[in-house]
Design a binder for this molecule. Structure first.
Ligand SMILES: Cc1ncc(COP(=O)(O)O)c(C=O)c1O
Length: 341
C-alpha cells in the first residue's frame, strides 16, 4: 500500500523533519560495508571521533524532484559524488565510490517516496549525504573508521510567491584561507561563516559576500552560494579562484547560458571595485537555484544592479530554464538526470 504523510506542502521551509529511512555505511579495515537503510535517526559514535574534535567531516546537498507525470528524478548526483570525494581527499578520508553514493541516494528517495512533494508546489526532497571520521582516535590524525550516511527532508521552495532580489554586504571576514579548504565542502567553512552571517543580518542584509582571502579585492562567494554577473554586452561571468566551492548549480547555469541561451561565458576575476560592468547579478546554489542580487554594500556604498525589487530578464531566463530542467519539463543535457525507477 502506498504510504502517505500529513504535511502541508505549501508551508514547508528548510527545517529538519524526521523522515522514515536513512542510509548508513561504515568504513573499517580499509573497506566499506554494504550499507543499509535504518529507521533510527541517531548516530552512536565514539566521544573521541575526529569529526567531533578536528572537523574531519564533509557533506553534500542535492535534491529529488517530482515531475508532472508523478515520477521522481535526481539532478546531477554524480557531481555531488565527485565533489564529496574531493572533500574526502583533502581531509584524508576514504572516498565513497560514485556508484555507492548514487545508489544510496536512490535508496533513500525510494524508501521515503511519500515525502517527495507533489509537482507544482515547487517543494522538493533535499538529500544530505555526509562522511564523518569516527572511532577511538583522540590524536590529531585521520580516523581509522568512517560513516557515510544519507538522510532526506522535504523542503519548500526558497522563494514563496516568486523570486525577489536581496541585498548583500561585504564585511572584513574570510570564509577560507588561501590554499585552505574553501574549495571543498567541509563543516569548518560553515562554522566560520556563522558569525559574519549574523553580523550581516543584524545590518539588514541577507548575508555577506566573501572576497578573495589573499587580496580582498575580488568577489568569491555570496554567503553559501556562488556569484555570477551578466555584463552589459550579455556575457555570463563567474569568479575563478582556488578557494571557491565549485557550485554544481553554477556550472549548470554556465552550460545553460552558453548552450541554451547562446551567451558568451567567462570564468575570471570579478573585482569588487568594477561592479558597474554588470547589468544583473545573482547568487546560485542548490537551495534557491538563483537568488537575484539587488545590491552589494561595500565601504558604505550600496551598488544596485538591475533593481532592488525586480528580477532582471537574463537572471529570470536562466532560473526558469534550470528550474524546468530540474522538474523534467525541458530536456536536460545528457547525463544530468537520474530517474528513480
Ligand atoms: C559555500 C558554498 N558555495 C556554493 C554553494 C552552491 O553549490 P551547489 O550549487 O552545488 O549547491 C554551496 C552549497 O552547496 C556552498 O555551501
Amino acid at each position: 500500500m502506498k504510504k502517505s504523510v500529513n504535511i502541508n506542502w505549501s508551508e514547508l521551509g528548510f527545517n529538519y523533519i524526521k523522515t522514515d529511512y536513512r542510509y548508513i555505511s561504515t568504513w573499517k579495515d580499509g573497506m566499506w560495508d554494504e550499507g543499509k537503510l535504518v529507521e533510527d535517526n541517531k548516530l552512536a559514535i565514539s566521544e573521541a571521533s575526529t569529526a567531533l574534535h578536528y572537523g574531519q567531516q564533509c557533506f553534500e546537498g542535492l535534491k529529488a524532484y517530482r515531475k508532472k507525470d508523478g515520477t521522481i528524478q535526481l539532478f546531477r548526483p554524480d557531481q555531488n559524488a565527485k565533489r564529496m570525494n574531493e572533500s574526502a581527499r583533502r581531509l584524508l578520508m576514504p572516498e565513497v565510490p560514485k556508484d555507492k553514493f548514487i545508489d544510496a541516494c536512490i535508496k533513500v528517495v525510494k524508501e521515503n517516496e511519500h515525502y517527495v512533494p507533489p509537482y507544482g508546489t515547487g517543494a522538493t526532497l533535499y538529500l544530505r549525504p555526509m562522511l564523518i571520521g569516527v572511532g577511538d582516535t583522540i590524536g590529531v590524525k585521520p580516523a581509522l573508521e568512517y560513516i557515510f550516511c544519507v538522510f532526506c527532508i522535504p523542503v519548500g521552495p526558497y522563494f514563496k510567491g516568486g523570486m525577489s532580489p536581496v541585498n548583500f554586504t561585504i564585511l572584513d571576514y574570510d570564509r577560507a584561507a588561501p590554499w585552505g579548504t574553501g574549495a571543498v565542502k567541509v563543516g569548518g567553512n560553515y562554522a566560520a561563516s556563522l558569525y559574519p552571517h549574523e553580523l550581516a543580518v543584524k545590518k539588514g542584509f541577507a548575508d555577506c559576500i566573501y572576497l578573495d582571502p589573499m587580496t580582498h579585492s575580488k568577489i568569491e562567494e555570496v554567503g553559501a552560494a556562488n556569484f555570477f554577473g551578466i555584463t552589459y554586452d550579455n556575457k555570463f561571468v563567474t569568479p575563478k579562484s582556488p578557494s571557491i566551492l565549485p557550485s554544481i548549480t553554477k556550472y549548470s547555469l554556465l552550460h545553460i547560458a552558453k548552450e541554451y541561451l547562446g551567451m558568451e561565458v567567462e570564468e575570471r576575476d570579478v573585482f569588487v571595485d568594477k561592479l558597474n560592468e554588470f547589468k544583473e547579478a545573482g547568487a546560485c546554489g542548490t537551495a534557491a537555484v538563483i537568488t537575484p542580487i539587488g545590491g552589494i554594500e561595500y565601504k558604505g556604498n550600496l551598488h544596485v544592479f538591475h533593481s532592488e525589487t525586480e528580477v532582471g530578464p537574463v537572471t529570470k531566463k536562466l532560473y526558469d530554464t534550470l528550474y524546468e530542467i530540474q522538474f523534467g519539463n525541458i530536456d536536460a543535457p545528457k547525463g544530468w538526470i537520474v530517474e528513480i525507477q
